[in-house]
Design a protein around this ligand. Structure first.
Ligand code: GDP
Length: 664
């Protein structure tokens, strides 16, 4: 082949090719015009590797130079205080903190493969890289700032605990397995015990209402779906005081019943059990009580402490008893159902929507303080001035005390269920607080569950670097990953960020022996090359469940097989042929199961254990055999110090691999 043709094939110049050929280990002569076809083929093969090596070299040089630059810049700015960064920051705020133009920050982000606009949020990891690239030092937001941001309903209420607490309206929620009758019961109580106000009737299902029984109020709330409920919990505990655990009498305890019990216990709620659907012929109340006893929730009438009320949400049977029982619990646990009506005004949004005529409407459950008309409030990142307060039956009121669910008008934005409402006393404080709220929200989105790190250390770590196109995807992927649980595997997200997968991601994964997962993003060419060279697994997905399946696969590969010791059989010693210090040759009969070569065994004399050893050989008619079965007589070589005698029993054991407890 002509050398110019070869150079064209390799997309290089003839001169470069001539220079490189000897370096690649070929000798074609300095001025050769022709190259042997076979040699040309070999050069083509080697050239590819050579180019990749060159690229890698230039990448590591680039990284080295970048590091040196960073160091230099860091030295130069060492006298400046480090930039404190929160978990999430907008591009605009980041530029502010760095005292740089937004354009500069955006272009630095672009250099790292992140397309962000001025108001986009970027996470700490990404921001930290950019900030360091720009030559600043970084610290995570100071503890002091964190303290302010962490304030939630519970903390605020706790700060006022020693204030003037008085009884509040108890808040009751109903929890249980799907189809066990939660909605029917909520509706049945509402229909029979709520009087419609003149101002507005209740026509449809509502997420909160109050009933009056024996001149006492009880608030019922419908805790929306599990996800929103979890959010409420993460924002400061559940908002209920009492939980009714509903169990269908014909079905008994189900997985979601167990999950509900777990939540009720974790949240320390007072509980009573409504055994529902007793009108059904197949209802079996005793069976439910038995199941409850089995999990340490023994019913009162069985000698335990759990209050159980048989009811039919459909016919109304037992509902009055249920309400009486709630009042009884409230009476018994008075000191637990308290709040300060003069304390900070705090509540949780139960339901919200945008009304075409009236604007954002929300039902808020007041947990502390007294909310009044004209109060200025902050909900999540939005604010407002309370224009009207109504009970959920439509009755207009001037103020709402703790434990009251109220419909409010006057918010500028529509909040979400689970958001916290706070009354702001100082108007000037509003702007500052809004910013804090914004941080708080995103911090929760990004928060890693520390739970796993507290758990046992004998778990194998699966370290992941996660990259996604936008914050929403990253959040969704993390949420799905957080649901993957296995007692033997601990998933650590060692780095998360937005934008394309870059060299830093690969290097981070390398240090921690991790995997890199992208969602709706790409990998830069240099990162791809680096990953291949360093053998770092990198995968990109466009569908969450495919990504999750891949992670499950990785988890399953990490699960080590477990072994269990089982007894294989027993042999009665009939005769001793030879006895040495550490070995005995004996004759015996297998009395049960089988004895296998290699079994470990326990020696029993008069049913007492007298020693341990191993079966190293089994013989029958002077032939070695792998095992002897029940009824068979055999010769046996026993390794062990025990002085065995006739009539001793050998119990043989072996270790068997158990089926792996994989994640499906
Ligand atoms: P949820 O998923 O727990 O909210 O359950 P629902 O309230 O939607 O009830 C599920 C189904 O059970 C519906 O068809 C109800 O009509 C029915 N149901 C609820 N309570 C009772 C009851 O006490 N007796 C009977 N026979 N059916 C009931």
């Amino acid at each position: 082949m002509n050398i110019t043709e070869l150079a064209r094939k390799l997309k290089t110049s003839t001169q470069e090719l001539r220079e490189k050929i000897p370096q690649l280990g070929f000798d074609v002569g300095e001025k050769a015009i022709q190259v042997d076809d076979k040699i040309a083929e070999k050069i083509i093969q080697v050239w590819k590797d050579y180019q990749e090596q060159e690229k890698l070299k230039s990448i590591s040089q680039k990284i080295e130079i970048q590091d040196q630059l960073k160091e230099k810049k860091a030295e130069a700015k060492a006298d400046q205080p480090p930039v404190s960064l929160p978990k999430v920051i907008t591009v605009n705020d980041l530029a502010d903190r760095l005292n740089l133009s937004v354009v500069k920050v955006i272009s630095e982000l672009m250099r790292n493969g992140i397309m962000a606009t001025i108001n986009d949020n970027i996470d700490f990891e990404t921001a930290a890289i950019i900030v360091e690239d720009l030559g600043f030092r970084v610290t995570e937001q100071s503890l002091e700032e964190k303290k302010i941001r962490k304030i939630n309903a519970k903390d605020l209420i706790a700060q006022h605990l020693d204030q003037n607490l008085s009884s509040k309206t108890p808040v009751v929620t109903i929890m249980g397995h799907i189809d066990h009758g939660k909605t029917t019961l909520l509706d049945a109580i509402r229909k029979t015990h709520v009087t419609q106000s003149e101002q507005g009737g209740i026509t449809q299902h509502i997420s909160a209402y109050q009933v009056e029984k024996k001149n006492k109020l009880i608030t019922f709330i419908d805790t929306p779906g599990h996800a929103a409920f979890k959010k409420m919990r993460s924002r400061g505990g559940t908002i209920a005081d009492i939980a009714i655990l509903i169990v269908a009498a014909e079905e008994g305890l189900k997985p979601q019943t167990m999950e509900s019990i777990k939540i009720i216990q974790e949240e320390n709620l007072m509980m009573l059990v409504a055994i529902n659907k007793v009108d059904k012929p197949e209802a079996n109340v005793d069976q439910v009580k038995k199941q409850l006893s089995e999990i340490n929730l023994t019913p009162e009438d069985w000698g335990g402490k759990t209050i159980c009320v048989p009811i039919s949400a459909k016919t109304g049977q037992g509902i009055d008893d249920l309400l009486d029982m709630i009042l009884l619990i409230v009476d018994m646990e008075k000191e637990k159902i308290m709040a300060d009506p003069n304390g900070p005004v705090l509540g949780t949004i139960i339901e919200a929507h945008l009304d075409k005529n009236e604007g954002p409407q929300a039902i808020v459950l007041i947990q502390s303080g007294t909310l009044k008309k004209n109060d200025i409030v902050l909900v999540n990142q939005g604010s407002g001035k309370i224009k009207s307060l109504k009970l959920t039956n439509g009755q207009e009121i001037e103020q709402a005390l703790p434990g009251t669910p109220v419909k409010i008008l006057g918010l500028k934005n529509t909040p979400q269920a689970g958001d916290i409402l706070e009354k702001i006393d100082d108007k000037k404080d509003l702007k500052k607080r809004k910013k804090i709220k914004q941080q708080e929200t995103f911090e929760q989105i990004l928060s890693i569950k520390n739970k796993t790190t507290e758990e046992s250390s004998d778990r194998i770590n699966l370290n992941l670097v996660l990259k996604a196109d936008v914050m929403g995807s990253l959040e969704a992927v993390e949420e799905a990953i957080n649901k993957l649980e296995h007692p033997k595997i601990k998933i650590n997200i060692i780095k998360r960020g937005l934008g394309q997968i870059n060299e830093t991601d690969i290097l981070r994964a390398e240090v921690k022996h991790g995997h890199v997962f992208g969602f709706n993003t790409q990998i830069s060419t240099s990162a791809d090359l680096l990953a291949k060279n360093k053998n770092i697994p990198v995968k990109n997905f466009g569908i969450i469940y495919e990504l999750i399946d891949e992670i499950k696969d990785c988890m399953n590969k990490l699960i080590q097989p477990e072994f269990k010791t089982i007894e294989t059989g027993q042999l009665k010693v009939l005769k001793i042929f030879r006895q040495e210090a550490k070995q005995t040759i004996l004759g015996g009969q297998v009395v049960s199961g089988k004895i296998e070569k290699g079994n470990r065994c326990l020696i029993l004399r008069d049913q007492k254990e007298i020693g341990l050893g191993k079966v190293s050989k089994i013989q029958k008619s002077q032939q070695d055999i792998p095992q002897a079965n029940a009824g068979e007589e055999c010769g046996l070589q026993f390794e062990g110090k025990t002085q065995i005698q006739p009539d001793d029993i050998l119990r043989a054991f072996k270790e068997v691999e158990q089926e792996k407890n994989t994640i499906q």
